[in-house]
Design a protein around this ligand. Structure first.
Ligand code: OFO
Length: 172
């Protein structure tokens, strides 16, 4: 039987994933406005993934006969300083999500909640992959460096990273 504390913690994770989905959607829209089509596609894919992460927890809670709560969505920013800082913000957000998932695993361990612990393993792997992906993005941005053609090359590289990520998911 799942504890109330665990149900609350999983509902908080639902809210965190929903926030990430909306934040990334807003980032996709901003990238689009800047003419950064590759970055926009990358952020749209990320946003959809976060929605899927939210839904997995939703369905898990229903499966264990608990109440999954639809979260309130706080306003996300519409403006971003630069595509470089935007990608850095995504990486930092992913680190925050990883820390939150690890806290959930620790709680599941403490409660000997084997089902939830097992369920969370998918997220542990996913977060490791997400952080690695964002480090690849940030490394490329750093390699490209500064200069008048920077945005053009950043967009091209991120479009390629997005294509590879889609292929890895079996989306292409
Ligand atoms: Fe679901 O937080 Fe990113 O991956």
């Amino acid at each position: 039987m799942i504890s109330d504390q665990m149900v609350n913690a999983l509902n908080e994770q639902i809210a965190l994933e929903a926030h990430a989905s909306f934040l990334y959607l807003s980032m996709a829209s901003w990238c689009d406005k800047q003419g950064l089509e590759g970055c926009a596609q990358f952020m749209h894919r990320q946003s959809e993934e976060e929605k899927e992460h939210m839904m997995r927890i939703f369905h898990y809670l229903s499966e264990v006969d608990a109440h999954a709560l639809t979260p309130a969505i706080s306003q996300v920013p519409h403006e971003f300083e630069s595509v470089q800082s935007l990608m850095k913000e995504v990486y930092e957000h992913e680190q925050k999500v990883t820390a939150s998932i690890h806290k959930l695993v620790t709680l599941a361990d403490k409660e000997s909640d084997h089902n939830t612990r097992n369920f969370l393993q998918w997220y542990v792997v996913e977060q490791r992959e997400e952080e690695a992906l964002m480090r690849t993005v940030l490394d490329k941005i750093q390699l490209i460096g500064e200069g008048p053609m920077t945005l053009y090359y950043i967009d091209k590289e991120i479009a390629a990273i997005n294509k590879a990520a889609l292929a890895a998911e079996g989306g292409e």
